[in-house]
Every structure is written in structure tokens, then in C-alpha cells.
Design a protein around this ligand. Sequence first.
Ligand SMILES: NC(=O)c1ccc[n+]([C@@H]2O[C@H](COP(=O)([O-])OP(=O)(O)OC[C@H]3O[C@@H](n4cnc5c(N)ncnc54)[C@H](O)[C@@H]3O)[C@@H](O)[C@H]2O)c1
Length: 268
Amino acid sequence: MQKISFLMNGAAGKMGRALALGLGSRENMRLAAAVDTKPAEVDYGLLCGLGQLGLQQELDLAAAIRREQPDVVVDFTSPAAVMKNIRTCLELHTPAVVGTTGFTQADYKQVSKWCAEFNTPVFIAANFALGAVLLMRFAREAVKYLPHVEVIERHHDQKLDAPSGTAVTTLEMLAAERQPLAQGSTQEFERLPGSRGGELDGMRVHSVRLPGYVATQEVVFGAEGQVLCLRHDALSREAYVPGVAMAMEKIVTVKEGVLMQGLESLLD
Ligand SMILES: NC(=O)c1ccc[n+]([C@@H]2O[C@H](COP(=O)([O-])OP(=O)(O)OC[C@H]3O[C@@H](n4cnc5c(N)ncnc54)[C@H](O)[C@@H]3O)[C@@H](O)[C@H]2O)c1
């Protein structure tokens, strides 16, 4: 079997280590290189749990791609770094599967242009957990009938961006199905600034950041005499491995320079 070789970018991070282990343990995949801006002394296999590999984590993404020629780069780094990383992958004609969050609509447009310019595909998803993607699908159905809705997302306290990329995507999907609607009392006021959370088209979003959480999202619909709550918990980072693997298996078959978005695009 021809294995999919991948370079893990953001390899020292929480997601990077979990994905290197989960993907690198798959029969059809091979961890070719590990890149992070943090230096590391130990064998990367020991760091991520794959055992001694004779593979050193390295600092220079372009040099690692040139040397290893991986089939795909998997990027889970930081919102501040991801655009430059994608550009580096594309300039070297290497497809990328990107889970880093924080993209604006302008960023997506820019990536799409680069994909065409370098004739190389990129796959970006704000959430690679299948259950979370199904939650979005069910929420889109529910909001047609229950338009009063708020989102509560809970993450570990090291997360940089708020609300989460998944919460923003969920709200945008709901907004596409729902007429803008002011929710709550017209008389309401905040005793503490921000108490009612962020807002998109009248829908509120609340971001909880506490140690202990990985990622939880609740979409709560309220109507006269009833509340519907859809909730997904990512209990460990293993939750993301099958979704990232699906995207990798797909992208290595794509020959055009296109930007593919969202795990939902891979579901029937
Ligand atoms: N799409 C999803 O399903 C999903 C799920 C979880 C997390 N995320 C996102 O993935 C990203 C990483 O999350 P995390 O919890 O692993 O964060 P983390 O801080 O634990 O890890 C990020 C790693 O990236 C490294 N890094 C930063 N800039 C870099 C660069 N230019 N090149 C190489 N490495 C670089 C850091 O040194 C760090 O080791 C975040 O944007 C997070 O929101 C996405």
C-alpha cells in the first residue's frame, strides 16, 4: 500500500502531538517530518507517543518540505502564523490540510487565489470532529422552526481566539437559514460589559475558557414552553483524527488548485 506521507506543522502543540500520534499510527499514513517554532531536544516520536523514530522536530517548514516532499502538510499552528505557512506549502506545490482557526473571509479569498496561482489544493476546516459537524447540520434544520438561538462554547483556557472558529461557522450557517431577529428584551442592559456575549444577526455567543475542557459546543433554541439543546463534546483530541484523515485522503486525490472548506463538504 502506498502510504500518505505527512508533515506535522505545529508538531509540539496539543493538537500537533495528538494528530501525529493518531495519524502516524494509521496503516495508510506515515509521519515524514515534524515542524514547530519551538525547538525540541528529544526524538519527536517520544514526544508524540509513537516511540523512538529517529525523527527530530525542526524549525524550518520550507526546508522540511523540500527535503521530505510529503504528500500533505497538516497545519495546526496559530492564527498569526497560518497564512504564511499556507503560502510556503503552496509555493512548494504541497497540498495542506489546515485546522488552525481564525480565518477571515478575506483570508479565504487570498488562499483561494494562491491555490489557483500555484495549482495546488488546500483543505481548511474550523472543526474536524465529525460529531460537531453533524451538530451544525442538525442546528441548521432546527433554526428554520426555532429562530431564537444562542451558542455556548467551552474550551481549555489556553485557546487564543474567541468565539471559536466552530461557533462562528455555526452562527454563519444559522444566519443563512434565519431572518435577522433581535433576541431578548428591548429593555435589557448589561451590569457587567460583555455579559450577553458576542452577537451575529441578533444571535448571542458565549465563550467559556477553563482548564479541563477540550471543546464543547451547545446550540440552544428557545420557544414558548420548550427548549431544544444540541450539544457536542470533544472529550479528547483523538476526536479530530478521523476527520483530518478523511481530509488528507481526499486532498491527495485532488489535482486542481482549489480551496476546499469544511468537513461537511466530505459528507453525503
Ligand atoms: N479545526 C479543528 O478541528 C481544531 C481543533 C482544535 C484546535 N484547532 C486549532 O488548532 C490550532 C492549534 O491548537 P493547539 O491547541 O494545538 O495550540 P497549541 O498552542 O498547543 O499549539 C500550537 C503549536 O504551533 C506552534 N507554532 C506557532 N507558530 C508556528 C509556526 N509559524 N510554524 C510552526 N509551528 C508554529 C506553537 O509553537 C505550538 O507548539 C489553534 O488555532 C486551534 O484553534 C482546530
